[in-house]
Write a protein that binds this ligand. Structure first.
Ligand code: DWN
Ligand code: SAH
Ligand code: ZN
Length: 410
């Protein structure tokens, strides 16, 4: 296997075993035909890109039944409102600006441009979520972004002032076509601004559940710098984000077009201190994942032996990695509650744990809830006061495996 970015031969440092499609919630009649792949990861010693060795075909993941709707979290709606404001204020300087967002999903960010009557286009291949965006008044085309797509867009709309992406760049294996597309799409003074889960946070906080089929890459400032420099572009700013358990926002511009913020250099130095370029770091990460897995399964076995019920809280994509890597079964978790209608009444990928409506959780509180959406914990803790007051406890695994009781959360 060669690195998807620099073509250097790479070797996997760990396997998470057989994994299903992370968002492939399914009905009983589809159990026998479920698709699995071996989820192995590697970090390129030359360009530093952390990547999956194998990723399922894109149509298996992103299609008209895509199960993730961005609008399911209020916290993210606020975050994307602020992101859009920042772009409008600091980057849309021309008279009649044009903004493109890839992976625009249900329009959670683009609707702010639509509402402000700014020329915009969302590119979203998953037809069901794209449809939702259109209903929200967002101009959306349902296709995969690449260099060809960029050429088609400029024929119809002209070049763009800003290219945006949140939690989508790291999903796309054909990065060379994407960066070529960005170059085609952007005006000479245009910028690309995108954010994705940050490798440094995954390594430091052992959030290995950020690794699943859709996330073919986990970026760092150094790997993104390498990638864009091959195309005469450079990272001019970076901004750590709290979203998704630790993300990084990158601002990219043609080489020499903009002043480079001191934060870029500082973050590169931090990455060196963290040892993101060293194989030993990943060897330690593997051990940390194995320990976290053993502790979580041990804790759940203990709780079940005591006769207590456990319900999973939020059927996230990340939970597919936790459940299948740790060997969690319907014997451990009675069901997973989730607010997304398309997931309800189905079973979780791989382990086939029933997914039920959120109301089922409220109806009959279990003794323990396993928090799969720790990235939304502020929002969730605020609305689950009753669960905690009635003695309900949380099982969490980030940054370490532990049980949180009411006193801890206040
Ligand atoms: O990168 C990606 C990010 C942006 O979103 C995608 N590849 C897929 C997805 O990842 P995820 O599924 O891990 O995302 P979230 O935002 O952690 O998961 C949200 C899920 O949690 C939804 O199914 C809704 C559910 N949820 C809930 O049931 N109750 C969420 C909240 C806040 C709640 O209170
Ligand atoms: N930006 C949203 C959605 C992230 S989920 C948010 O942060 O909440 C990733 C999205 O990227 C999915 O909706 C998926 O359909 C889309 N996607 C995957 N590959 C893509 C590609 N090549 N071009 C554009 N969108 C893509
Ligand atoms: Zn490489």
């Amino acid at each position: 296997m060669n690195c998807r970015v620099c073509k250097t031969p790479i070797e996997s440092f760990m396997s998470f075993g057989k994994m299903p499609i992370a968002n492939g919630f399914l009905s009983r009649e589809h159990f026998a035909r479920e698709y699995f792949f071996e989820m192995k990861v590697a970090s390129c010693t030359k360009c530093g890109m952390f990547q999956l060795i194998e990723q399922p075909d894109r149509e298996k993941m992103f299609n008209e039944n895509y199960a993730f709707f961005s609008g399911t979290s209020k916290g993210m709606a606020v975050h994307f409102g602020e992101f859009a404001e920042h772009v409008k204020k600091d980057f849309l300087v021309s008279a009649d600006p044009f903004v493109v967002e890839i992976g625009s999903n249900d329009g959670i960010m683009m609707k702010h441009f639509a509402n402000a009557k700014i020329r915009h286009l969302g590119i979203e291949p998953s037809a069901n979520v794209a449809q939702k965006a259109k209903e929200n008044g967002v101009n959306t085309v349902s296709r995969f972004f690449d260099a060809q797509c960029a050429s088609d867009i400029i024929k119809e709309y002209g070049q763009a002032d800003a290219f945006l992406g949140a939690n989508v760049m790291c999903h796309i294996p054909y990065m060379h076509s994407i960066v070529e597309g960005i170059k085609i799409l952007l005006k000479p003074n245009g910028v690309a601004i995108f954010e994705d889960p940050y490798l440094g946070d995954v390594i430091e906080q052992i959030t290995y559940d950020q690794i699943y089929d859709e996330h073919v890459f986990l970026f760092s400032v150094s790997s993104i710098k390498y990638l864009f420099e091959q195309y005469g572009m450079e990272v001019v700013d970076v901004e750590p984000q709290e979203t998704h358990g630790g993300s990084m926002r990158y601002v990219i511009a043609p080489k020499g077009a903009q002043k480079i913020s001191a934060k870029v250099h500082q973050q590169l130095e931090k990455e060196k201190m963290l040892g993101l370029h060293k194989p030993e770091t990943y060897e330690q990460f593997r051990k940390n994942c194995e320990r976290s897995r053993d502790e979580l399964l041990g804790l759940m076995n203990k709780i079940r032996k005591q006769g207590n019920r456990i319900v999973g809280y939020a059927a996230t994509s990340k939970s597919t990695t936790i459940i299948n890597y740790c060997g969690i079964t319907p014997e451990h978790i009675e069901f997973i509650c989730d607010t997304t209608p398309i997931k309800q009444g189905k079973f979780s990928p791989g382990a086939h744990i029933p997914v039920k409506a959120y109301e089922e959780f409220v109806k009959d509180y279990p003794e323990y809830a396993l928090l799969f959406a720790y990235n939304h914990s502020k929002e969730i803790m605020a609305k689950e006061q009753k669960f905690m007051q009635s003695g309900g406890k949380w099982i969490v695994y980030v940054p370490k495996v532990q049980v949180l009781e009411y006193d801890f959360v206040q």
